[in-house]
Design a protein around this ligand. Structure first.
Ligand code: ATP
Ligand code: MG
Length: 222
């Protein structure tokens, strides 16, 4: 199987003036196409940093990242942004939904950004919400949604444009056990149907059964 993502000898040092933080230390990792990989590790071990480096949001201090045959560590800011829009999507720690937009608008936004017209974007979003059992929540603002519902909107937003790679940062942190497992199952199911590669960063052991492989980060080392 070809690899969707390959990271070679990644070092990440946050250039803090007082005391620089060495957040990733010589991390190398390959993720196969269609794989569901879980990155575990205690708080502060570098999970979010690694996701951001693999997704081209942060540039590493040293090392190379190749996503679908493109060396993203060689791209400039604009090229990276365009590459992300086309191939990657993120579910951020804390969801990052736009507060002033309804659930539907938060999701449609992604399709508009990719140039899809209003009508098909609306229809595709509608179908995904049906799939998530969320049609009643379509026109609500994030503040009128429960934690689990917000989570589902974030998942819908991440999957609606059928990205090649989905990166999820602590997707269950705001949820109780039952909801956490339900949304993780849903994420896996939808990703499988679309052939997406999934990276999940979490310290929630309950997610383990959903993954094909688990890697452990400790103090910036894999
Ligand atoms: N912008 C930043 N500037 C300086 N240091 C940072 C910055 N972001 C993260 N760090 C540090 O880098 C290390 C790794 O942080 P990171 O957020 O990747 O950990 P994490 O494993 O995602 O933790 P958590 O489970 O709490 O989300 C920590 O020591 C953190 O304090
Ligand atoms: Mg984190």
């Amino acid at each position: 199987m070809r690899s969707a993502i390959a990271a070679h000898n990644i070092d990440m040092i946050y250039p803090n003036v007082v005391s620089p933080v060495h957040a990733l230390k010589d991390v190398s990792l390959e993720i196969a196409d269609g794989e569901i990989l879980l990155m575990m590790g205690p708080s502060g071990s570098g999970k979010t940093t690694l996701l951001f480096v693999l997704g081209g949001i942060l540039s590493p201090t040293r090392g190379r990242v190749v996503v679908r045959d493109v060396e993203i560590t060689n791209l400039d800011r604009r090229q990276k942004a365009r590459f992300r829009l086309k191939h990657l999507s993120f579910i951020f720690q804390g969801f990052n939904l736009f507060k002033a937009l309804t659930a539907r608008e938060n999701v449609e936004l992604v399709l508009h950004a990719r140039g899809m017209r209003a009508r098909p974007a609306r229809e595709r979003t509608q179908r995904l919400f049906e799939r998530l059992g969320m049609t009643r929540q379509l026109d609500r603002l994030p503040r009128d949604l429960s934690g689990g519902e917000k989570q589902r909107v974030a998942i819908a937003r991440a999957l609606v444009a059928e990205p090649d790679v989905v990166m999820a940062d602590e997707p269950t942190s705001a949820l109780d056990a039952e909801n956490g497992l339900a949304v993780t199952g849903l994420l896996r199911e939808l990703a499988r149907e679309r052939g997406a590669t999934v990276l999940i960063a979490s310290h929630d052991m309950r997610i383990a059964p959903f993954a094909n492989r688990i890697v452990q980060l400790n103090d910036g080392r894999l």
